[in-house]
Design a protein around this ligand. Structure first.
Ligand SMILES: Nc1nc2c(ncn2[C@@H]2O[C@H](COP(=O)(O)OP(=O)(O)OP(=O)(O)O)[C@@H](O)[C@H]2O)c(=O)[nH]1
Ligand SMILES: [Mg+2]
Length: 539
């Protein structure tokens, strides 16, 4: 009979947790939607931006995402496919939302990097690739939008090497592009998949598969195309890197796929190969060394907090990546930062906005926990002696605005809205010393975050605000006996604010102003992250 440890190992082994990353607009949300379609998790795929507003992509659930047709916040989607349990993390590409993307990447064991065939490797893709490479996780490349005319596949392989410094190994190879994109050739199985378009890509595309010389294939493609394909394949065999799983696992070689997410072309071949090649849950670094997923005691970390996902519930959800063991509903776990034990309700499984309670979850899974305000990004939960997961990226805000309320009667809603939305981590909330909750200051890394904040304050809390931009660009926490608030608070070159733990910070106009101030005062230490308080606060 299976012991609990055997069962844990089996469950862990069948999990695949991955993030989809790229520059804006390459098609992450569209591909995610199609993976759900092929995985049987949805029966009709929605689209990111459809004027007829038929059905929206599942992972762009937020009102503002639907309106703008862009992803603003990362989405968690779970489903079973072929005996595997998939946790997909669809991330936003826009750099103003990249904090969320960076944190979400910590929850993934591999990444699917999308490349727009016409645009090649773009700026934001480059940054995200570096983060994945630094973690040493395998990166799978999906070249998208082959239904449009783009760069030749060989050129894209070169670009991966010259821009990202990674060698690639095409697992499949496209036949034609643009309106002439006919299908992909599976180099390992030596089988061709030819596509037939389905209306708007809402349903699965049908495909005929066969060997290169099968009469049905020759009839559709013609001798000439087949001859060209044979030449290209020969060239790849000689010039390309051989398939090498150990190099893929180390992130030294990227398996490459081609397709059109919009038309569902190449999605199934990708999904099937990906599930074969992608690693299961990997160990995570912590204060007690790497934590193995098979470790029998439960542990995990919070990498994301989201308020008001479901308008009917108006609650907050903390997303937990389980790093080891089994999570059962009703269990007690140690909340390491708060130094106490808490009871965990049933874990919630997510399909973007929709949730279902499950009785248990295992290492590798991403689950949601109700958050009455007790979680922060970076928090560790564990059974047994306390330890903390490490390596959380911290961000220092560079843009600041004063929050001015338009209707003074809504002050209560504003306070609640600001507290809850800033807990999500994308916006930091500061108070002015002595002013309490009046005219608080918010800080962010990306300007669009302010737009999202004011939209959500109005939409989710019924509170209209004006965000008056302040002329500061650098925030430093200050410590030391030499710190004199008044000397820094002229409201012009610098300004003093307090963070959520009432620790003082000085906002400066620029680095120069900071350096100038630093030279003139003694016994003051300036830090770009909070000096004490919760470690790994993340925000
Ligand atoms: N022609 C073509 N268009 C596509 C394809 N895949 C996606 N698109 C379109 O490209 C646009 C962007 O797609 P999204 O899926 O929102 O891209 P994204 O990478 O999620 O974008 P962000 O989340 O905002 O970073 C949409 O208009 C899609 O319909 C494709 O295979 N072919
Ligand atoms: Mg998206």
């Amino acid at each position: 009979m299976d012991t609990p440890l055997d069962r844990l190992r089996q469950e862990v082994r069948r999990r695949r947790t991955f993030a989809i990353i790229s520059h804006p607009d390459a098609g992450k949300t569209t591909l995610t939607e199609k993976l759900l379609l092929y995985g049987g998790a949805i029966h009709l795929a929605g689209s990111v931006k459809s004027r007829k507003a038929t059905r929206h992509a599942t992972s762009d659930w937020m009102e503002l995402e639907k309106q703008r047709g862009i992803s603003i916040t990362s989405s968690v989607l779970q489903f079973d496919y072929g005996g595997r349990k998939l946790n997909i993390l669809d991330t936003p590409g826009h750099q103003d939302f990249s904090e969320d993307t960076y944190r979400t990447l910590l929850a993934a064991d591999s990444a699917v990097m999308l490349i727009d065939a016409a645009k090649g490797v773009e700026a934001q893709t480059k940054k995200l690739f570096k983060v994945c490479r630094a973690r040493g996780i395998p990166i799978f490349t999906f070249v998208n939008k082959l239904d449009r005319f783009g760069k030749p596949p060989i050129e894209l392989m070169d670009e991966l090497e010259s821009v990202l410094g990674i060698r690639s190994c095409p697992v499949n190879w496209p036949i034609g592009m643009g309106t002439d994109f006919k299908g992909v050739f599976d180099r390992q199985r030596k089988v061709l998949h030819l596509f037939e378009a389905v209306k708007h890509g809402a349903e699965e595309a049908s495909a005929i598969s066969g060997e290169l010389d099968s009469p049905a294939i020759v009839e559709v493609l013609g001798e000439q195309r087949i001859a060209r394909l044979r030449d290209e394949l020969e060239l790849l065999d000689v010039a390309g890197d051989p398939f090498d799983l150990s190099r893929i696992e180390k992130g030294e070689l990227t398996p490459m796929f081609f397709g059109s997410a919009m038309n569902n072309f190449g999605v199934r071949p990708f999904l099937e190969a990906f599930l074969e090649l992608a690693p299961g849950p990997l160990p995570r670094e912590s204060t007690i060394g790497p934590v193995d997923p098979d470790r029998p005691t439960f542990s995990g970390f919070v990498f994301k907090i989201q308020a008001n996902m479901d308008p009917a519930h108006r609650d907050r959800i903390a997303f937990l990546r389980i790093c080891s063991g089994r999570f059962a509903g009703g269990m007690d776990a140690r909340h390491v930062r708060l130094e106490r034990s808490i009871r965990l309700a049933k874990p919630q499984q997510f399909m973007a906005q929709q949730r279902t309670a499950v009785d248990e979850a295992f290492a590798g899974d991403v689950v949601g926990l109700f958050d009455p305000g007790q979680f922060r990004i970076g928090d560790t939960l564990c059974e047994g002696p306390p330890f903390e997961f490490t390596g959380f990226p911290r961000f220092s805000p560079e843009l600041f605005a004063r929050v001015e309320i338009k209707d003074a009667l809504k002050r209560k809603q504003l306070k609640k809205g600001l507290e809850q939305l800033t807990e999500e981590g994308a916006i930091q909330l500061f108070k002015r010393p002595g002013l309490g909750d009046v005219e608080p200051v918010v800080g962010a890394v990306g300007g669009l975050q302010f737009e999202v904040l004011s939209y959500r304050l109005e939409n989710e809390y019924g509170c209209r605000v004006n965000l008056a931009r302040l002329p500061f660009a650098v925030a430093r926490w200050v410590e030391g006996s030499g710190f004199n608030r008044n000397a820094f608070d002229d409201g012009d070159t610098s300004m003093v604010v307090l963070d959520r733990d009432d620790l003082p910070l000085v906002l400066f106009r620029n680095e120069w102003a900071l350096n100038y101030a630093a030279q003139r005062v003694k016994d003051v230490v300036f830090r770009d992250t909070p000096p004490k308080g919760p470690s790994n606060s993340g925000a």
